[in-house]
Design a protein around this ligand. Structure first.
Ligand code: SAH
Length: 346
């Protein structure tokens, strides 16, 4: 009978140590293997050169390393790199490297597809196929870190969970991945350089606050008026703005961390003074930053980016209310790597 091999990276360090003790070896062997898996990014047991051949064979008999594979890498004329990442079961997600003068940011996926239904987002059309495991999220970061070193001569500096999927709908695995990314036994990155972006799942925002996480939070708001938000993000019926706002107040009370709102201004949807007033009212309870994102068209023109006049109105009114505003230009549009364009087209 064939034994189904276990994913070795699903084991905690303690479990790995216990495994070796049960095998009659030293617990310390578990530390060594753990280091190979998470710190040195070993793809195979063969790579683990300070482990004896017999032990490596024994590991081979019991476990697999479900490493991701970068199937295709595309480079945009603006330097952005998009990876099509094949998972062990053949499914594909995408991650993006975004270089600027001073930093390189990895934009990683947390799910295959997405269970939310934002009408302006290409990933929403894929439906959710499954959650990514912590190691699959971790591997995307390592792949981009390697590309950053190779192409830009510097390590990765920031990570945003703005690829495919809703990170707070895969909360446990996202947190485990961040744990590996930030731990000295993993990549040792500061949590302050990591941003988790959510469409706004109130219960999970409160849970994150209770767990006193140290990474940053961004909320894809797009409208602070329920009817408007529901028309473009239908799940807003389940998680209305009142609940979202209450969860964010709770988050701020616990963490004292500034909240970033992502916001696209669309023609005829959220481009009036009333929309800006509602946004100001929504975010005034805590220090806030509004990131005005350029719209990346994904379809036949149902959604159109509002004109500069509307954008300027947002900027002027927000600034007058002491809310920081940034305007984010799209990157990687020519290779479908920009926000909301990740849909496994390649
Ligand atoms: N589910 C998470 C993370 C993925 S989306 C979230 O909603 O935050 C990352 C960001 O891209 C979100 O702010 C989302 O609203 C935005 N986005 C989605 N489609 C877009 C598009 N076509 N153009 C510009 N931004 C888009």
């Amino acid at each position: 009978m064939e034994i189904k091999k276990k994913d070795i990276r699903a084991l905690t360090k303690e479990q790995l140590r216990d495994f070796f003790v049960k095998e009659g070896d030293k617990a310390f062997r578990g530390n060594q293997v753990y280091e190979w898996l998470w710190n040195k990014g070993a793809h195979t047991f063969e790579d683990m050169t300070n482990i004896s051949k017999d032990t490596r064979n024994m590991l081979e008999d019991n476990f697999v390393i479900n490493h991701i594979q970068v199937d295709q890498m595309q480079r945009s004329s603006d330097g952005t790199v998009k990876n099509a990442v094949r998972l062990h079961d053949g499914l594909v997600v995408e991650s993006v490297l975004i270089p600027t003068k001073t930093r390189t940011t990895a934009c990683v996926s947390s799910q295959v597809g997405c269970s939310l239904d934002c009408r302006f987002c290409a990933t929403a059309r894929l439906k959710r196929m499954r959650n990514l495991n912590p190691d699959e999220i971790f591997d995307q970061v390592v792949a981009i870190d390697n590309e950053s070193r190779l192409y830009f001569d510097r390590p990765l500096s920031n990570i945003v969970f703005m690829g495919m999927g809703e990170p707070l709908m895969n909360y446990n695995n996202v947190l485990k991945a961040i744990d590996k990314i930030t731990s000295p036994e993993g990549l040792g990155m500061s949590p302050k350089r990591i941003t988790v972006s959510t469409s706004g799942v109130p219960k999970m925002i409160k849970k994150m606050a209770d767990e006193e996480v140290n990474f940053k939070l961004a909320v894809s708001l797009h409208s602070a008026i329920d009817e408007v938000r529901t028309s473009i993000m239908p799940f807003n019926v389940t998680f209305p703005l009142k609940d979202l706002r209450e969860a964010l107040e709770y988050w701020y009370a616990k963490t004292k961390n500034r909240i970033t709102y992502e916001y696209v201004v669309w023609d005829g949807i959220n481009d009036t003074k009333k929309d800006v007033d509602a946004l100001i009212e929504f975010c005034k309870f805590a220090p806030s930053k509004v990131n005005l994102i350029e719209y990346n068209p994904i379809d036949d023109g149902e959604f159109q980016q509002a004109d500069n006049k509307a954008l300027q109105m947002y900027i002027d009114m927000l600034e007058a209310n002491n809310i920081t505003v940034t305007v984010r230009r799209s990157r990687g549009k020519d290779i479908d790597a920009a926000c909301g364009q990740l849909a496994n087209k390649t």
